[in-house]
Design a protein around this ligand. Structure first.
Ligand SMILES: CC(C)(COP(=O)(O)OP(=O)(O)OC[C@H]1O[C@@H](n2cnc3c(N)ncnc32)[C@H](O)[C@@H]1OP(=O)(O)O)[C@@H](O)C(=O)NCCC(=O)NCCS
Length: 175
Protein backbone atom coordinates (compact mmCIF):
# COMPACT_ATOMS: atom_id res chain seq x y z
CA UNK A 1 0.00 0.00 0.00
CA UNK A 2 1.16 3.51 -0.85
CA UNK A 3 -0.17 6.68 0.81
CA UNK A 4 0.39 9.94 -1.05
CA UNK A 5 -1.41 13.22 -1.81
CA UNK A 6 -4.19 12.86 -4.37
CA UNK A 7 -3.61 13.71 -8.01
CA UNK A 8 -6.30 14.63 -10.52
CA UNK A 9 -6.14 11.12 -11.94
CA UNK A 10 -7.32 9.82 -8.53
CA UNK A 11 -10.47 11.97 -8.33
CA UNK A 12 -12.84 9.39 -9.82
CA UNK A 13 -11.43 6.69 -7.55
CA UNK A 14 -11.78 8.95 -4.51
CA UNK A 15 -15.44 9.59 -5.36
CA UNK A 16 -16.08 5.87 -5.90
CA UNK A 17 -14.53 4.95 -2.54
CA UNK A 18 -16.58 7.59 -0.71
CA UNK A 19 -19.82 6.61 -2.47
CA UNK A 20 -19.29 2.95 -1.64
CA UNK A 21 -18.21 3.55 1.97
CA UNK A 22 -20.96 6.03 2.88
CA UNK A 23 -23.73 4.72 0.60
CA UNK A 24 -24.47 8.28 -0.53
CA UNK A 25 -22.85 10.79 -2.85
CA UNK A 26 -22.84 13.55 -0.21
CA UNK A 27 -19.21 13.08 0.81
CA UNK A 28 -17.95 13.01 -2.78
CA UNK A 29 -19.90 16.23 -3.32
CA UNK A 30 -18.31 17.73 -0.21
CA UNK A 31 -14.84 16.81 -1.49
CA UNK A 32 -15.56 18.50 -4.83
CA UNK A 33 -16.80 21.66 -3.12
CA UNK A 34 -13.76 21.79 -0.82
CA UNK A 35 -11.42 21.30 -3.80
CA UNK A 36 -13.04 24.34 -5.43
CA UNK A 37 -12.57 26.49 -2.31
CA UNK A 38 -9.60 28.25 -0.75
CA UNK A 39 -9.94 25.92 2.25
CA UNK A 40 -8.50 23.00 0.25
CA UNK A 41 -5.03 21.78 1.16
CA UNK A 42 -3.97 19.49 -1.72
CA UNK A 43 -1.09 17.94 0.22
CA UNK A 44 -3.54 16.94 2.99
CA UNK A 45 -5.99 15.09 0.74
CA UNK A 46 -4.42 11.65 0.79
CA UNK A 47 -5.11 8.43 -1.05
CA UNK A 48 -4.20 4.88 -0.05
CA UNK A 49 -3.36 2.97 -3.22
CA UNK A 50 -2.77 -0.59 -4.37
CA UNK A 51 -1.31 -0.06 -7.81
CA UNK A 52 -3.59 2.56 -9.40
CA UNK A 53 -6.61 1.55 -7.34
CA UNK A 54 -7.80 3.94 -4.65
CA UNK A 55 -8.63 1.86 -1.55
CA UNK A 56 -9.07 4.72 0.87
CA UNK A 57 -9.04 8.48 1.15
CA UNK A 58 -8.74 11.13 3.86
CA UNK A 59 -9.07 14.88 3.64
CA UNK A 60 -8.06 17.67 6.02
CA UNK A 61 -9.29 21.16 5.17
CA UNK A 62 -9.66 24.50 6.90
CA UNK A 63 -12.61 25.79 8.85
CA UNK A 64 -12.94 28.60 11.36
CA UNK A 65 -12.72 28.82 15.14
CA UNK A 66 -14.49 31.90 16.48
CA UNK A 67 -12.12 32.67 19.36
CA UNK A 68 -12.05 35.60 21.80
CA UNK A 69 -9.16 36.98 19.73
CA UNK A 70 -11.08 36.72 16.45
CA UNK A 71 -11.41 34.05 13.78
CA UNK A 72 -8.66 31.42 13.72
CA UNK A 73 -8.14 28.87 10.94
CA UNK A 74 -8.19 25.26 12.14
CA UNK A 75 -7.98 21.98 10.26
CA UNK A 76 -10.89 19.57 10.12
CA UNK A 77 -10.64 15.89 9.24
CA UNK A 78 -13.43 15.06 6.76
CA UNK A 79 -14.21 12.84 5.14
CA UNK A 80 -12.41 9.55 5.81
CA UNK A 81 -13.43 6.52 3.77
CA UNK A 82 -12.13 3.06 3.02
CA UNK A 83 -13.81 1.02 0.30
CA UNK A 84 -15.90 -1.77 1.90
CA UNK A 85 -13.78 -4.38 0.06
CA UNK A 86 -10.72 -3.25 2.04
CA UNK A 87 -12.11 -2.26 5.43
CA UNK A 88 -10.75 -3.63 8.71
CA UNK A 89 -7.22 -4.08 7.34
CA UNK A 90 -5.68 -1.02 8.94
CA UNK A 91 -6.04 1.29 5.92
CA UNK A 92 -8.19 3.85 7.73
CA UNK A 93 -5.75 3.89 10.66
CA UNK A 94 -2.77 4.27 8.31
CA UNK A 95 -4.46 7.24 6.57
CA UNK A 96 -5.29 8.94 9.88
CA UNK A 97 -1.81 8.41 11.32
CA UNK A 98 -0.05 9.51 8.14
CA UNK A 99 -2.26 12.61 7.88
CA UNK A 100 -1.82 13.56 11.53
CA UNK A 101 1.96 13.33 11.12
CA UNK A 102 1.86 15.76 8.18
CA UNK A 103 -0.48 18.09 10.06
CA UNK A 104 1.74 18.16 13.13
CA UNK A 105 4.83 18.88 11.00
CA UNK A 106 3.01 21.91 9.54
CA UNK A 107 2.81 23.27 13.10
CA UNK A 108 -0.98 23.19 13.24
CA UNK A 109 -2.46 23.61 16.74
CA UNK A 110 -5.20 20.99 16.51
CA UNK A 111 -7.39 18.84 14.28
CA UNK A 112 -11.14 18.69 14.60
CA UNK A 113 -13.34 15.78 13.58
CA UNK A 114 -17.09 15.16 13.65
CA UNK A 115 -17.19 11.41 13.52
CA UNK A 116 -17.59 7.97 15.06
CA UNK A 117 -17.05 8.38 18.84
CA UNK A 118 -15.62 4.86 19.23
CA UNK A 119 -13.13 5.13 16.33
CA UNK A 120 -11.18 8.36 16.74
CA UNK A 121 -10.00 8.21 20.41
CA UNK A 122 -7.38 5.57 19.39
CA UNK A 123 -5.62 8.38 17.47
CA UNK A 124 -5.69 10.79 20.42
CA UNK A 125 -8.98 12.53 19.64
CA UNK A 126 -11.14 13.44 22.62
CA UNK A 127 -14.35 15.36 23.19
CA UNK A 128 -13.84 18.96 22.16
CA UNK A 129 -16.31 20.60 24.56
CA UNK A 130 -14.20 20.15 27.76
CA UNK A 131 -11.47 22.09 25.93
CA UNK A 132 -13.87 24.97 25.28
CA UNK A 133 -14.26 24.13 21.59
CA UNK A 134 -17.94 23.89 20.73
CA UNK A 135 -19.86 22.77 17.62
CA UNK A 136 -21.66 25.12 15.26
CA UNK A 137 -25.00 23.53 16.14
CA UNK A 138 -26.44 21.75 19.20
CA UNK A 139 -27.71 19.12 16.75
CA UNK A 140 -24.18 17.72 16.57
CA UNK A 141 -23.79 15.12 19.35
CA UNK A 142 -21.18 16.17 21.90
CA UNK A 143 -19.46 12.78 21.82
CA UNK A 144 -19.08 12.97 18.03
CA UNK A 145 -17.44 16.38 18.10
CA UNK A 146 -13.80 15.65 18.84
CA UNK A 147 -10.45 17.35 18.77
CA UNK A 148 -6.83 16.23 18.75
CA UNK A 149 -4.66 18.85 20.40
CA UNK A 150 -1.16 19.13 18.96
CA UNK A 151 2.04 20.47 20.57
CA UNK A 152 1.60 23.93 18.97
CA UNK A 153 -1.82 24.46 20.57
CA UNK A 154 -2.25 27.49 22.85
CA UNK A 155 -5.07 28.57 25.21
CA UNK A 156 -6.26 30.97 22.47
CA UNK A 157 -7.80 28.00 20.68
CA UNK A 158 -11.20 28.08 22.37
CA UNK A 159 -14.52 29.08 20.93
CA UNK A 160 -17.28 28.05 18.58
CA UNK A 161 -16.45 26.30 15.33
CA UNK A 162 -17.93 27.64 12.10
CA UNK A 163 -18.30 25.18 9.25
CA UNK A 164 -17.78 26.46 5.70
CA UNK A 165 -20.83 26.59 3.41
CA UNK A 166 -19.60 23.47 1.57
CA UNK A 167 -20.58 21.25 4.53
CA UNK A 168 -24.17 22.53 4.50
CA UNK A 169 -24.42 22.48 0.71
CA UNK A 170 -23.29 18.83 0.67
CA UNK A 171 -25.63 17.83 3.50
CA UNK A 172 -22.81 16.43 5.62
CA UNK A 173 -23.44 18.25 8.93
CA UNK A 174 -24.80 16.49 11.96
CA UNK A 175 -26.33 13.07 12.53
C1 LIG B 1 -14.46 4.04 9.49
C2 LIG B 1 -13.48 3.52 8.40
C3 LIG B 1 -12.85 4.70 7.72
C4 LIG B 1 -12.43 2.69 9.10
O1 LIG B 1 -11.47 2.28 8.12
P1 LIG B 1 -10.83 0.80 8.21
O2 LIG B 1 -9.69 0.75 7.28
O3 LIG B 1 -11.90 -0.18 8.04
O4 LIG B 1 -10.34 0.83 9.74
P2 LIG B 1 -9.07 0.14 10.37
O5 LIG B 1 -8.83 -1.18 9.72
O6 LIG B 1 -7.95 1.08 10.43
O7 LIG B 1 -9.58 -0.04 11.85
C5 LIG B 1 -10.49 -1.03 12.12
C6 LIG B 1 -11.16 -0.69 13.43
O8 LIG B 1 -12.14 0.32 13.21
C7 LIG B 1 -13.36 -0.07 13.74
N1 LIG B 1 -14.45 0.50 12.96
C8 LIG B 1 -14.59 0.46 11.62
N2 LIG B 1 -15.77 1.02 11.29
C9 LIG B 1 -16.35 1.42 12.43
C10 LIG B 1 -17.56 2.05 12.72
N3 LIG B 1 -18.46 2.41 11.78
N4 LIG B 1 -17.85 2.30 14.02
C11 LIG B 1 -16.98 1.96 14.99
N5 LIG B 1 -15.80 1.35 14.77
C12 LIG B 1 -15.50 1.09 13.49
C13 LIG B 1 -13.32 -1.57 13.64
O9 LIG B 1 -14.24 -2.13 14.55
C14 LIG B 1 -11.89 -1.88 14.03
O10 LIG B 1 -11.76 -1.81 15.42
P3 LIG B 1 -10.66 -2.67 16.21
O11 LIG B 1 -9.32 -2.19 15.71
O12 LIG B 1 -10.89 -2.30 17.63
O13 LIG B 1 -10.93 -4.08 15.85
C15 LIG B 1 -14.21 2.64 7.36
O14 LIG B 1 -14.84 1.59 8.03
C16 LIG B 1 -15.24 3.38 6.53
O15 LIG B 1 -14.93 3.92 5.48
N6 LIG B 1 -16.50 3.39 7.00
C17 LIG B 1 -17.58 4.03 6.27
C18 LIG B 1 -17.41 5.52 6.20
C19 LIG B 1 -17.25 6.16 7.57
O16 LIG B 1 -18.01 5.90 8.49
N7 LIG B 1 -16.22 7.03 7.69
C20 LIG B 1 -15.88 7.70 8.92
C21 LIG B 1 -16.80 8.81 9.13
S1 LIG B 1 -16.38 9.68 10.61
Amino acid sequence: MLIRPEAEADFAGVAAVNNAAFGTENEAHLIDLIRQSDLYVPELSLVALEGDTVMGHIMFSYMTLESADGDLPILDLAPLAVHPDWQNRGIGSALVNHGLGLVERRGEPLVLVEGIPSYYPRFGFERASPHGITPPSPAIPDEAFMVKLLPSCTPAYRGRVRYPPAFYAAGTVGP
